[in-house]
Ligand binder design. Structure first.
Ligand code: T3D
Length: 258
């Protein structure tokens, strides 16, 4: 049987592909726990500089597999705390950039996953829908946190209440993705973007991610203190010396050397 999360590494880019194609990669526990584990493994692997999460086939992720809910031996609260919440925390806490490469429909918790990446790249035919209210649930897996910060309270409420489908043009306009690429070249375009990111200074990006995530819930005062603390860690790293030396020598910096 095929694994529910496929792993591939090329040029410092680890691609994790959700692999339940016939169900638009709807999430069962094996997929959620497997993805979290694969992210942790990518974090620990020095060969990996950037992680991409994408879906096999025509879907990105259709959210919770609705075939798996009834007869479950966990409450909703327990289930979220056991599966989705550690996944979202792992993405945001990962010391490496995570790209969510939204190749197709992202629904429910799949929409939350699409929003959780540090960089969100869409195929033109991708679509996001906050389907939770279709089955009379509340948005979870971080959507109540991510979406209003991106589109404001009122648009978030509308998208959640009506479960409207957001296509690539609207996603670009609303700030739900950084770029939308033609379906035909999507996988190569994502790899090229990821390789650009992989060539950037890994330590500085790790600290930048840490600073931004802290600032999302902090005051300006706290953010200034955090910047001052993390700048020391960046400034003491060889990458900084390489960047400054390259600038003075009028050459491109090499942040990928060991
Ligand atoms: O702890 C907890 O459990 C709470 C957590 C909740 C988190 C959530 O994510 S709640 C939301 C769960 N997701 C949904 O409600 C989405 C249900 N799916 C849809 O609304 C539609 O399938 C889509 C809008 C995503 C896509 O529509 P479309 O027309 O492109 O495709 P389709 O024909 O509906 O789906 C294709 C197949 O995938 C189909 O199977 P079939 O008929 O070919 O055998 C469909 O049943 C299956 N599928 C799609 N989504 C799910 C699914 N199977 C199981 N679970 C799904 N979520």
């Amino acid at each position: 049987e095929q694994p529910v999360v496929l792993t591939d590494t090329r040029a410092g880019v680890r691609t994790l592909t959700l692999n339940r194609e016939s169900r638009l990669n709807a999430a069962n526990d094996a997929l959620l726990l497997g993805l979290t584990e694969a992210l942790q493994a990518a974090d620990a692997d020095p060969e990996v500089r950037v992680v991409v999460i994408t879906g096999a086939g025509r879907g990105f992720c259709a959210g919770q597999d609705l075939g798996d809910v009834s007869g479950r031996d966990m409450t909703f609260t327990e289930h979220l705390q056991h599966t989705y919440n550690p996944l979202v925390r792992t993405i945001r806490g990962l010391g490496k950039p995570v790209i969510t490469a939204v190749n197709g429909v992202a629904a429910g918790a799949g929409a939350s996953l699409a929003l959780a990446g540090d960089v969100r790249l869409w195929a033109r035919s991708a679509m996001l829908t906050q389907v939770f209210s279709n089955i009379a649930l509340v948005p979870d897996s971080g959507s109540t946190w991510f979406l209003p910060r991106l589109v404001g309270y009122h648009k978030a409420f509308e998208l959640m209440a009506l479960a409207d489908k957001v296509g690539a043009d609207d996603a670009l306009r609303l700030g739900l993705c950084e770029a939308a690429y033609p379906d035909e070249t999507f996988r190569e375009d994502v790899q090229a973007y990821a390789e650009r990111l992989a060539a950037r200074p890994a330590n500085a990006l790790r600290l930048t991610k840490q600073a931004l995530n802290a600032a999302m819930t902090s005051s300006l005062d706290e953010a200034l203190d955090k910047e001052a603390e993390l700048q020391q860690l960046a400034g003491d790293h060889w990458e900084h010396l390489e960047g400054v030396t390259a600038f003075k020598e009028k050459r491109a910096p090499d942040f990928m050397r060991r």
